[in-house]
Design a protein around this ligand. Sequence first.
Ligand code: LRH
Ligand code: MN
Length: 426
Amino acid sequence: MSIEKYKIEEFNQSLLKDHQRKLDFIVAGLPGAEGILQKLADFQVAIPSWALGTGGTRFGRFSGGGEPRSLEEKIEDVGLLHALNRSSGAISLHIPWDIPSKPASIKALAAQHGIRFDAMNSNTFQDQPGQAESYKFGSLQHVRKEVRKQAIDHNIEVIRYGEELGSKSLTVWLSDGSCFPGQLNFRQAFQHTLEGLKEIYAVLPADWKMFVEYKAFEPNFYSTTVGDWGQSLLYTSKLGPKAYTLVDLGHHLPNANIEQIVALLLMEGKLGGFHFNDSKYGDDDLTVGSIKPYQLFLIFNELVEGMDARGMNHATDLGWMIDASHNVKDPLEDLLQSVEAIMLSYAQALIVDLDRKKLVSAQQANDTVAAQEILQNSFRTDVRALVAEARRRAGGALDPLGLYRHEKIREQLMKKRGAGAVATGL
Ligand code: LRH
Ligand code: MN
């Protein structure tokens, strides 16, 4: 289902007067507003195909109904998000949850919605029906060569699907690790994993990237074989120039300084991209910016500073992807909120950039108060009208969530797909 352009324009018209007042106010005090508006319009966030349905935990899953029943309907839902906010122009697929049986028609359908295919995700953390070898004790780390080979072959198969869709990157997240001391030889697990990643890297097309995603714990609760940014950097440094580290915000131990990790990975030229979400305890996969919005802003502040220092293109040189799970919210509303939070933090970081010289001189003068004031001034600047204006100029809705509800889209999806329609994914 798609939303007609005239409905977006009509809805914007009803909000325009108030929007213009807020926009005039922020632009009046913001030299370079046009540059920021262009950067916001260029910035696209990839939507995870596995988060278009209701997520759950081992304790339960409470489906909200009207969920996409096929890859085609998942692409339609991402198309709907993109029509509303003009910042969701990509989808990230997870194999085998979303095998593109007819790649050409899938690619054509996505193009109709202005959607491109971002990173492909492999899955060696679940056993599929009829699978020869089990991943119970890991995949690339496994003590048995047959299991490692099965996992390598799967990742190569995922690359092949991606090539047919025009994707240019593979994300490898390994649940591999151990649950008890003594269960695993850490050195052998690392070397097996590196050998496996090298075999996958060897078949990576020349213009592709490999993202190695780390995670501190879950589903293993004693050790994880790609457990933190240092371990991921060790792998990606040994693999080669097409291998990068992927930062999932929920994959850190409590109180980790993620913005510092981001700054150093960027400095090393080994930051590949992000899985944006938020969390209070573990890998909670909550709405982006819903728990620690200041941390998200600080991460984008390091991104803007670090990418500019390397002359990188903000929109295209890193993988901007969401990885969330919706246990109590409408998945599409949750994703609209997450994209909005990302755009707001990026816009606030671009405002810091206008004062970058002042920040640098405060740092050089060890004037901690002045440096903090510059950052917090940007974080406390209401940039919602800027992000809305970038959307409006790109043909989107001034208030995507408001229009989504005004048009009763979930109800329409329920009618079309049924209350019991459940999507593949987490
Ligand atoms: C692991 C992870 C990984 C995905 C999965 C859906 O926690 O973040 O990125 O493969 O979630
Ligand atoms: Mn992730």
